[in-house]
Design a protein around this ligand. Structure first.
Ligand code: ADP
Ligand code: MG
Length: 678
């Protein structure tokens, strides 16, 4: 059987079991997926320079004629060194290859090659080490550079790619109409997919990239819109604008900030309309989003309707439950906590109360969206720390009720361009100021040598009555990390934190254990909490005023900012000490940014710049499908184009159901991994 685009990758010539395995490691299972494995960059052999201008220790392009090859020499048992003398007419250079006898034999005396490799100062003359090369008459002067995996070379990928592209050309496909391609000046898809891998010039490579990035952004917009259209019906829950809420404000232990008041006003106004609210509430960590959410729940309950608040972790759900019940129960409203660790019996009792409408406000984790939980009249759904949830879960909660109002709370300040895509036509409320009296957290970055001094400082704060977090990195499911944090905690107890009550908190603990530790920490019984990023989101213990972050280099900027947001939440001056021995430029930059600003927006923008949207978006955390080629931060213009184009397509076919949009629909679903089927 001849291979087609969706055959197993092993159907390609030269791809056996071993190489197939390697492709699968890169997420490539079929020739189609291979074609969508785009180059990271290109080598343009046209950029060659004279030998004399090649700086030692730099990677350079040279155009060389081989004058004399010497016999390969086995230097050690596993090292064969191959050498050849070459010239570019201005100077001589020695080509050195290690072990790669095959590539060396392919070089012919008297012939000319374009080469790319590291130039060094050898004993006798300049050398170029392990160059990649192409022949002088090769028509592909621009060669793609791929993300590799051990044992898979660019040459292998290129050979397999050639065949895959040929298969593709024998069964061509296109997702956009001629009209759209002309209007937005886009290259046909077949041409783009060929030229992204085998460009004739830097310009064609660029055009191919543009077409493919456009496709991706278009699909992203289409997918998000289709999803929204499906949830934008009229709501059954138009509330009464005369509902009295003053009593609630009077009962709060503090006065709302102007930003909070403004957000509450916007939300209540939405709740009184007959289309569902679709609002994002953004506010930096500690800006007081929970109180705003509580006001919305109060208002909803006063209208005789139910609200649900979903938090990404159990710790956070418990905390929200405490806060909300504290705010709401004095007014006779009923709240409950619904998490995965309820016993079946208790869950059943709760579910009955939820269905009968006895409970007004349901707080919980993913448990609140499970099929077996039925509501009487769910009118408002709030998701906290939204970036932790996938698109799926958000929609699932929204579909629980009869087109309920939706409020999404996020502490990750997202630059406007990104917010526009992720949240499309969501309305946005931003709380820009912090509650009165908040002092910015003083942040210092130090090396491990200063650890003891840092802990002197921590002990002083503890002696003053404050509490501390000591955060250690831990990759989920990493045995060695788990071991490391356990022994770290033991050591701390014996040394740096001797005499103080400490406790360990990590994701591998049972939820009852976690909650017990959190309770003791909240109650001030535990002075120092040695923990992982389980405290990252939302944990609120105002008396905790100092945080030490170990191996700070292992955290991204946004994550550090979230972590740091656990302190500085009360009236006390707070400090965050970042400990790292990593002196890479990247790490130093991150530490500098952390020490110099407390502005979440600025930090997330820097984070985006440093990590690139690939990573920023790649993680399922943001709920968006990973993008392969489009660079949202840098492609603002292209994105605008894609947005207009998406609107145009959807105007005629809001759910992409027309036959002419079939392949676009299939492709969109593929990008979203079928999240939006239905
Ligand atoms: P976040 O926006 O990070 O979710 P929280 O809602 O957890 O912030 O609030 C952070 C802390 O600030 C809480 O301890 C809360 O009680 C307190 N807080 C919220 N609003 C105000 C306010 N207007 N004045 C004083 N303290 C406030
Ligand atoms: Mg919060």
């Amino acid at each position: 059987m001849a291979a087609n685009l969706f055959s197993e990758i092993e159907y390609l010539k030269g791809v056996g079991k071993a190489r197939g395995e390697k492709y699968r490691k890169l997420g490539i299972n079929t020739p189609y997926e291979l074609i969508y494995h785009f180059p990271r960059s290109y080598m343009d052999f046209g950029k060659y320079i004279p030998i004399a201008q090649a700086d030692p220790d730099e990677f350079c392009f040279l155009k060389l004629t081989v004058t004399r090859k010497t016999t390969p020499k086995a230097v050690r048992s596993k090292l064969v060194v191959c050498k050849a003398v070459a010239t570019d007419g201005t100077d001589n250079i020695i080509i050195v290859m290690f072990n790669n006898v095959y590539a060396f034999h392919a070089l012919k005396e008297g012939e000319t090659y374009y080469m790319y490799g590291k130039v060094t100062d050898g004993y006798v003359s300049r050398e170029i080490h392990s160059p990649v090369y192409i022949q002088e008459n090769d028509i592909n002067m621009i060669q793609p550079v791929y993300k590799l995996t051990q044992g898979l070379t660019s040459v292998m990928i290129r050979t397999n790619m050639r065949q895959a592209v040929n298969i593709m050309k024998s069964e061509p496909f296109e997702t956009l109409s001629e009209n759209i391609m002309t209007k937005y000046k886009l290259m046909p898809l077949m041409k783009a997919l060929e030229h992204i891998h085998f460009p004739e010039s830097p310009e064609t490579a660029q055009l191919a990239r543009e077409r493919l990035a456009f496709d991706e952004l278009l699909k992203l917009q289409l997918g998000m819109s289709v999803m929204r259209t499906r949830t934008r019906r009229s709501t059954a829950f138009k509330m009464d604008e005369k509902t009295e809420i003053k009593e609630f404000f009077n009962g709060l232990p503090f006065e709302l900030t102007d930003g909070q008041n403004e957000a509450v006003k916007e939300i209540l106004c939405d709740l009184c309309r007959n289309i569902p609210m679709n609002r994002l509430l953004q506010g930096d960590v500690g800006s007081g989003k929970t109180a705003v959410a509580a006001a919305a729940c109060y208002f909803t309950a006063k209208n005789g309707l139910q609200s649900a608040l979903m938090a990404p972790t159990e710790i956070l759900a418990i905390q929200h439950y405490k806060t909300l019940s504290g705010f709401l129960e004095p007014f006779g409203l009923k709240t409950c906590l619904l998490t995965g660790s309820l016993t079946a019996k208790n869950k059943k009792i709760l579910c009955e109360k939820i269905l009968s409408g006895e409970i007004d406000v349901i707080v919980g984790t993913h448990a609140v969206i499970q099929k077996d939980v039925e509501y009487k009249n769910l009118a408002l759904v709030i998701t906290d720390e939204q970036h932790r949830f996938g698109v799926n879960q958000r929609t699932a909660l929204a579909e629980k009720g009869d087109s309920p109002h939706k409020l999404v709370m996020s502490a990750t300040p997202i630059p406007r361009t990104l917010a526009l895509i992720i949240y499309g036509d969501l309305d946005i409320s931003v709380i820009t100021q912090m509650p009165k009296g908040r002092k910015p957290v003083k942040t210092y970055a130090v090396t491990g040598k200063l650890r003891h001094r840092a802990f002197n400082f921590v002990r002083e704060r503890l002696d003053e009555g404050r509490q501390a977090y000591v955060v250690c990195p831990m990759i989920e499911d990493s045995e060695s990390d788990l071991f490391a944090i356990k022994s770290y905690a033991e050591n701390a107890e014996k040394q740096d934190l001797k005499g103080y009550t400490t406790a360990l908190l990590h994701g591998k603990m049972k939820s009852s254990e976690k909650e017990e530790v959190m309770k003791k920490f909240r109650d001030g019984e535990i002075k120092a909490l040695i923990c992982t990023t389980v405290v990252e989101v939302g944990v609120d213990v105002p008396n905790a005023a100092v945080m030490v972050i170990e191996n700070a280099e292992r955290f991204g900027l946004s994550q550090l900012h979230q972590l740091r947001g656990r302190v500085g939440r009360g009236e006390f001056e707070s400090t965050c000490i970042l400990i790292t021995d990593n002196n890479s430029d990247d790490c130093i930059k991150r530490m500098k940014i952390m020490s110099s600003t407390a502005d979440g927006f600025k930090i997330s923008e820097e984070d985006l710049k440093m990590r690139g949207p690939g990573d920023f978006f790649g993680s399922a955390q943001h709920g968006l499908p990973p993008l392969k080629i489009a660079d949202i931060a840098c492609n603002a213009e292209l994105m605008e184009k894609a947005k207009i184009c998406a609107e145009e397509i959807l105007r005629d076919d809001p759910e992409l159901k027309n036959p002419e949009n079939h392949s676009l629909r299939v492709d969109t679903l593929r990008l979203f991994d079928k999240d939006i089927t239905g």
